[in-house]
Design a protein around this ligand. Structure first.
Ligand SMILES: C[S@@+](CC[C@H](N)C(=O)[O-])C[C@H]1O[C@@H](n2cnc3c(N)ncnc32)[C@H](O)[C@@H]1O
Length: 102
């Protein structure tokens, strides 16, 4: 299917911008803001049926206990959040793919 709009680059603080941008079919969450904190804003920005992709979820990558705790919180929320269905992929840096179901 051809794209009906040209992609647009938006530069700024994702945490401040996310509530203003509408909803998305696909989100690759690759920043502290919107993943390790304010994950709810990212999930809120997913359209029903939309896909969220998160990397760097392999806990063995982290030596700092604070990073382990923050990453564990993300890993725990994604499969238990009632808005999502999520699956972990044991590949690369540790991946979670989630779909917004409600
Ligand atoms: C893991 S790196 C992503 C690198 C990027 N995917 C690339 O390939 O160049 C995370 C980046 O997100 C930025 N970042 C962290 N929190 C942010 C926020 N709230 N809004 C926007 N960017 C943020 C960091 O400064 C860092 O550059």
């Amino acid at each position: 299917m051809p794209w009906d709009r040209a992609p647009r680059a938006i530069i700024g603080d994702a945490v401040a911008l996310l509530p203003t941008l509408g909803t998305f079919d696909l989100i690759f969450a690759d920043a502290d803001g919107g993943t390790w904190h304010s994950l709810d804003l990212t999930i809120d920005a997913l359209r029903p049926g939309g896909v969220l992709f998160v990397d760097d979820m392999d806990l063995t990558r982290y030596a700092n206990p604070e990073h382990v705790a923050k990453t564990s919180a993300v890993r725990n929320q994604l499969p238990t959040d009632p808005r999502l269905t999520a699956v972990e992929l044991h590949a690369a840096s540790g991946l979670v793919l989630a779909t917004r179901v409600r």
